[in-house]
Design a protein around this ligand. Structure first.
Ligand code: FAD
Length: 370
């Protein structure tokens, strides 16, 4: 069967990879919007410490983290080794040791059905700073050995390359849906009309406008994030853990002195992809409070991305009600690097009529329609 996928972020790239590997004829169309979430994201995979109580979300996030070693192995078998993925562990910081004990308890409980969490260790402030030397002295930490980091850009490209190696075609352009009543008859890209047995929309924060001409009100909102890339001299940073401070920010490191600090959470600013003084100030102020050591780092770049959110902060995937042979997946919000490869694989199964691990009823697209 043939499928057209609109949107080549982590979700579309993963769906394309899995469908192409299963033998489908796949065309992916991506517009390269400035602010593609995947392109800006880098890249914490550590869902188990979240205090969010929504079980449906947690099941997806947990499944996403668990799927990583498998997808990395599949990509390696296809010759795609540049993903930036590494299980470097995470340190969750606090100044209050009681809070850390509570965190340990919660994580130990969750480990019962998520052994991939790995070892949980309470670190003294000295041990904490040994792991991530830029940190301020006042923090102790819980260390989670199973946590990982991944480079969103590299992971996306590995999935897209893997899809191409399995026969998929990647097109750059602005895709529109052509329709008659409840049937999408084709996909328009410039003057060309493409046809396929099915269409899959993984257009992130831009999906709303794609469905508008069909009279479908798809309720996705975007949240702007600014994230700062720094470079520190000397020191091998490739093994440094992800840092999760008590505030709403984080720090992580990649090889060769790359340190990433982020990110802002800016609602209701539309698709304004400028780096702003206020955004930079917020990131720097919060990051230096936790890690004064970054004061001496070189500023390399600031990336901007739009996190796509669907109602209730709950992702959706499945067929679009009222349309034949059109599927959508969206709403990955702040955890889409964690979840994207897994949900793309689940989506591919659903589209091919295979049994999924997740219950699609829990992530019903009807919940994202106005
Ligand atoms: P996107 O990556 O936004 O991709 C959508 C694509 O669709 C775009 O390329 C766009 O151009 C294309 N498109 C839209 N409309 C059309 C059209 N009509 N025709 C053609 N193409 C179209 N998650 C984590 O798990 N851990 C993290 O540490 C983390 N950090 C993040 C940091 C930042 C700064 C940001 C912004 C996000 C972060 N996330 C993180 C979240 C994660 O990046 C997103 O949830 C995820 O990338 C969303 O992927 P997506 O494929 O749904 O959308």
């Amino acid at each position: 069967k043939s499928y057209i996928i609109i949107g080549g972020g982590i979700l579309g790239a993963s769906a394309a990879y899995h469908l192409a590997k299963a033998g489908a004829d796949v065309t992916i169309i991506d517009r390269n919007d400035p602010g593609q979430a995947t392109d800006a994201a880098a890249g914490i995979v550590c869902p188990w410490l979240s205090q969010r109580r929504n079980k449906v979300w947690y099941r997806l996030a947990k499944g996403g983290a668990k799927y990583y070693p498998s997808i990395i192995g599949q990509l390696e078998a296809d010759g795609e080794t540049e993903t930036g993925y590494k299980r470097v562990g995470a340190i969750s910081l606090h100044t209050d040791v009681n809070k850390l004990h509570k965190m340990m308890e919660r994580a130990e409980k969750r480990r019962e059905d998520a052994p991939e969490i790995g070892e949980l260790t309470l670190l003294t402030s000295e041990e904490t700073r040994q792991r991530f030397p830029l940190l301020s002295e006042e923090f102790q930490a819980v260390h989670v050995s199973g946590a990982a980091r991944v480079d969103g850009r590299a992971m996306r490209d590995a999935l897209l390359n893997g899809a191409k190696k399995n026969g998929a075609t990647l097109r750059q352009g602005d895709a529109g849906l052509l329709h008659e009543k409840n049937r999408v008859t084709g996909v328009q890209i410039a003057d060309e009309v493409l046809r396929a047995d099915g269409v899959i929309v993984t257009a992130g924060a831009w999906a709303k406008e794609l469905f508008q001409p069909l009279g479908i009100d798809f309720l996705v909102t975007s949240q702007k994030a600014q994230i700062l890339h720094l470079e520190i001299g000397g020191g091998e940073t490739g093994e440094w853990p992800v840092v999760m401070p008590p505030n709403d920010q984080y720090l992580l490191a990649f090889p060769e002195g790359k340190v990433v600090a982020g990110a802002t959470h800016e609602n209701d600013v539309g698709f304004d992809h400028r780096v702003t003084a206020g955004g930079l100030y917020e990131v720097l102020q919060k990051a230096t409070a936790v890690a004064p050591g970054i004061g001496d780092a070189a500023v390399v770049e600031t990336r901007v991305g739009f996190r796509p959110f669907t109602p209730g902060f709950l992702p959706v995937f499945g067929p679009v009600p009222g349309l034949d042979d059109v599927w959508v997946a969206n709403g990955l919000g702040a955890s889409g690097l964690t979840v994207g490869p897994y949900l793309g694989s689940e989506l591919a199964k659903l589209v091919m009529g295979e049994t999924t691990e997740l219950d699609p009823a829990d992530y019903d697209v009807a919940g994202a329609l106005g």
